[in-house]
Design a protein. Structure first.
Length: 320
């Protein structure tokens, strides 16, 4: 089915229209261009800024919502990739080059949360998700060690690409899922009963049941790149209607109904690596795509990055 609005929105199922997914801005807004490979945008409500990664340039940038200004947030950043927030509003970052997951404290210092599993160095942490119990879950493909472009070429000490969980009380790093070609984006469902993980090399998104003790089971395929020959899945985000939005590289941003049907997409002029909701109403989708950071204000609203429950620090400053 052709799109009713040519350009940005493309509809494959009428639910994309009835769910208001085609409402909002008519076109993408370019917030910045000049990266080598942009990844990992995260909206910081307290600052009203977006922080994101420029992996090959080994820097993190920030865009200011009030002024539109872009500045360097951190240089010699460890070839950072994915970013998210923890329950206290602190920045959680996957450092491909340094092969670790870190937390930026409120005073700006860094705390290393994970750099090894069973005594072996991690491959190159890629993306992270924080559950409401404070646990941090992250993917660990080998993208940062296959060459010097996005990290430092090295042999894998673990020998496989997996998903891990960091215990909030003990700091223990535990393997929770394996058998991936290259695990990439991961996100919890709104009720945290399921974890969705993209596998870039295998070309599908897997979904797992999440148990109270922090384990996973019943992994199955939720969506496949399949006939979308240009699609490769990267990171994932939910809106509050239960729809899953996926960065799909050369195939733009995919939107999936809760039943797994691809109902529409956003056409983006560059390969889409990562997406993130933000803004005062969390209805502004930020898109890191190859050399640029884009945004589009929509009629759908994204879920909080740290699970259910109200957190006053996550609420944006009151409008004046």
């Amino acid at each position: 089915m052709s799109s009713e609005r040519p350009g940005l929105y493309e509809m494959f199922d009428d639910r994309f229209r009835t769910g208001r997914c085609m409402n909002g801005d008519e076109a993408l807004e370019v917030l910045y261009t000049g990266c080598r490979w942009a990844e990992g945008p995260i909206y910081m409500p307290a600052w009203r800024q977006v922080v994101w990664s420029d992996i090959p340039n080994d820097r993190m940038l920030r865009w200011d919502e009030e002024t539109g200004a872009v500045a360097v947030f951190r240089r010699s950043a460890g070839h950072t990739n994915g970013n998210t927030l923890d329950r206290e509003g602190r920045l959680i970052t996957c450092e491909q080059g340094n092969r670790r997951v870190t937390r930026t404290e409120h005073d700006g210092t860094l705390t290393v949360l994970a750099d090894r599993w069973q005594g072996k160095r991690l491959n190159s942490p890629n993306d992270a998700a924080v559950k409401s119990d404070g646990s941090i879950w992250f993917s660990d493909p080998d993208f940062g060690i296959t060459s010097d472009y996005e990290g430092y070429r090295a042999e894998s000490e673990i020998g496989s690409n997996n998903v891990y969980r960091i215990d909030p009380a003990t700091g223990e790093v535990r393997l929770v899922a394996d058998c991936f070609g290259a695990p990439n984006g991961l996100v919890f469902s709104a009720d945290e009963r399921q974890l969705f993980v993209s596998d870039t090399r295998a070309g599908f998104i897997r979904v797992f049941d999440v148990h109270d003790e922090g384990t996973l089971s019943k992994g199955k395929v939720f969506a496949e790149a399949g006939a979308r020959e240009k699609a490769r899945f990267d990171n994932l985000r939910f809106d509050d209607g239960g729809r899953l939005w996926a960065a799909a590289m050369d195939d733009g941003v995919h939107c999936y109904d809760p039943d797994g049907t691809l109902i529409g997409r956003l056409n983006v002029p560059e390969a889409v690596a990562n997406i993130s909701w933000g803004g005062a109403k969390r209805n502004r989708l930020f898109i890191a795509a190859e050399t640029s950071l884009y945004s589009v204000v929509m009629a759908v609203t994204g879920t909080h990055p740290t699970g259910p429950g109200r957190r006053p620090w996550l609420e944006p400053a009151a409008a004046h």
